[in-house]
Design a binder for this molecule. Structure first.
Ligand SMILES: Cc1cc2nc3c(=O)[nH]c(=O)nc-3n(C[C@H](O)[C@H](O)[C@H](O)COP(=O)(O)OP(=O)(O)OC[C@H]3O[C@@H](n4cnc5c(N)ncnc54)[C@H](O)[C@@H]3O)c2cc1C
Length: 494
């Protein structure tokens, strides 16, 4: 490789383009797995322009709890019921999880929490720099930075948002739906007294609400026609206010003004040899339902341990294909749900009738549970084949009795290592060839086994829990299938 401009090429096992929520989570996961990972981030600080995401759903809180860092988010935000479908609230307070709620917390607070964790794990961040290009070969990826420097990595992950340069340069298709609607979002002051709350019009939803400082107003307005470009003007904002409210309320002192749309697109592949995509780089859609940041963080948690094992050489590269296989369907169903919600949010009479029909259905227990499971992320089920209902689903955070005292299941996952949890005869399962990779815990649990949406399931004699908290094997009192599962997920015996 040519290195004319800036001396030695710095090497990392993994380079992540983009230090938003997805990139930060992935970097921390890799660092936990003792992988030399670095982030390249365009922004000089972690400040987030404007508000963007407004919170976390239950499964994301669980995922943070699995790493022992949920409290730093819970203490900053407001715990509340946040799940909903097309503005129909979905209460999850009867769901069998410790976090039977969501968290209202602006994206900046979420990013700061993740950034502080990544810093504690000593993840280096090349700040104020962009990845401008890359070239991959058999052994790795040369990554070009905007200051002329280059990095060399075994893998490059694009966590660089919806306009992902990594996705484009990797030649990965991004098929989907063109926008049917564009929105202005702004933080402003107003001399007039704006009407608060949500107002629905023929195209969709509009909202004006006082911000936390009691002075500024947060504005979300659909535009009279589809407009492109990320830099709307104050005149665009005035025009949209008048179109919806008949008044511009003397809008002034704009501290943030941006545009988003309901375009829905998903990367055709989450991997192109040594280049992977996660978060908005892999999927964009309307914010309806508040899913984007949440599924980005969960992409990262699915990918981190797999990439770590492949980099270490304990698992073959083919393990990375399970990342696409498991996460692409999750992104696809989020796109579907945002298309449906955008349609249902229109204000004409026919759509109102459809929305009210849906709202009535969602008040019934089974549909509410089904959709609440989906919007909270608690129902995620990776297809790991037929078997016990736990297989491929999230492991519940049970209160266990172990020889070293009471332990919660999630605390066993803090180090991001897989766990064989034996609830049967102590010492009955032998996993010597994987002993350095898989934590082996004998424990007792006498309570009920209940899964969100599904309800009660039969108690297993043992489970293998992946570092992302999903169950990879369920024992029936024998070790049938255990070696195969350990080999598939954590590499061949050594
Ligand atoms: C109005 C609005 C409301 C939303 N509400 C919600 C919500 O309630 N809940 C929810 O879950 N989601 C919501 N979202 C979506 C959420 O904001 C995104 O899904 C989330 O930010 C995606 O995180 P990410 O890390 O994948 O990408 P991003 O947050 O876009 O981060 C990408 C990072 O990469 C950096 N970058 C880009 N290109 C380069 C490059 N070439 N080199 C180096 N760095 C680069 C950027 O500076 C940025 O920091 C909302 C979005 C909007 C616009």
């Amino acid at each position: 490789m040519h290195e004319e401009r800036s001396g030695a090429v710095k090497e990392h096992a993994v380079v992540i383009a983009g230090g938003g929520p997805t990139g930060l989570m992935l970097a921390a996961e890799l660092s936990l797995a003792r992988i030399d990972v670095a982030i390249v981030e365009r922004r000089v600080t972690q400040d987030v322009a404007g508000s963007r995401a407004g919170g976390l759903h239950s499964r994301t809180i669980e995922v943070l709890d699995q790493r022992g860092i949920a409290d730093r988010f819970l203490s900053q935000g407001k715990v509340m019921q946040v799940a909903g479908f097309a503005m129909v609230p979905l209460d999850i307070s009867d769901f069998p999880t410790r976090h039977n709620y969501g968290l209202a917390l602006w994206q900046e607070g979420i990013e700061r929490g993740l950034a502080s964790w990544a810093a504690e794990l000593s993840v280096p961040v090349y700040r104020g720099l962009e990845v401008t290009g890359f070239a991959q070969d058999e052994a790795g990826v040369d990554v070009e930075l905007s200051d002329g420097r280059r990095l060399r990595a075994k893998y490059l992950v694009g966590c660089d948002g919806g306009r992902s340069l990594i996705r484009k340069k990797a030649g990965i298709d991004f098929p989907g739906w063109e926008p049917s609607l564009t929105y202005l979002i702004a933080e402003v002051e107003m001399t007039g007294a704006p009407v608060g709350g949500i107002r629905r019009d023929a195209r969709g939803i509009n909202g004006l609400g006082k911000m936390e400082d009691g002075k500024r107003v947060r504005v979300v307005l659909n535009e009279p026609e589809i407009r492109q470009g990320n830099e709307p003007t104050l005149d665009d904002l005035r025009e949209a206010l008048i179109a919806v409210y008949g008044d511009d309320f003397g809008v002034h002192s704009v501290t943030w003004l941006s545009r988003f749309s309901d375009a829905a697109r998903q990367a055709a592949s989450y991997r192109e040899r040594r280049v992977l995509l996660a978060g908005d780089a892999a999927h964009v859609h309307s914010p309806a339902g508040g899913q984007g940041l949440n599924i980005g963080v969960q992409d990262a948690v699915n990918l981190g341990w797999k990439l770590g094992q492949v980099v270490k050489g304990t698992s073959p590269e083919s393990l990375l294909d399970t990342y696409h296989a498991e996460r692409h369907p999750i992104g696809a169903r989020v796109l579907e749900s945002t298309l449906a919600q955008t349609a249902l949010n229109r204000g004409d009479e026919r759509t109102r009738a459809a929305r009210e029909t849906m709202a009535e259905l969602l008040k019934m227990d089974e549909p509410r549970k089904r959709y609440a499971g989906r919007m909270s992320g608690l129902d995620v089920h990776y297809d790991l084949g037929a078997g016990h209902p736990l297989l491929g689903r999230r492991m519940p955070d049970l209160d266990l009795d172990t020889d070293s005292g009471p332990r919660r299941v999630f605390t066993l996952l803090h180090e991001g290592r897989p766990v064989l949890l034996n609830l049967g005869e102590p010492g009955a399962l032998v996993i010597a060839p994987w002993a350095d990779r898989v934590k082996h815990i004998d424990a007792r649990y006498a309570g009920a086994w209940e899964l969100p949406v599904l309800g009660a399931v039969t108690a297993p004699a043992a489970v293998v829990i992946r570092p992302d908290g999903h169950v990879a094997w369920v024992g029936d009192g024998t070790d049938e299938g255990l070696r195969e599962a350990l080999t598939t997920w954590f590499g061949p015996p050594m």
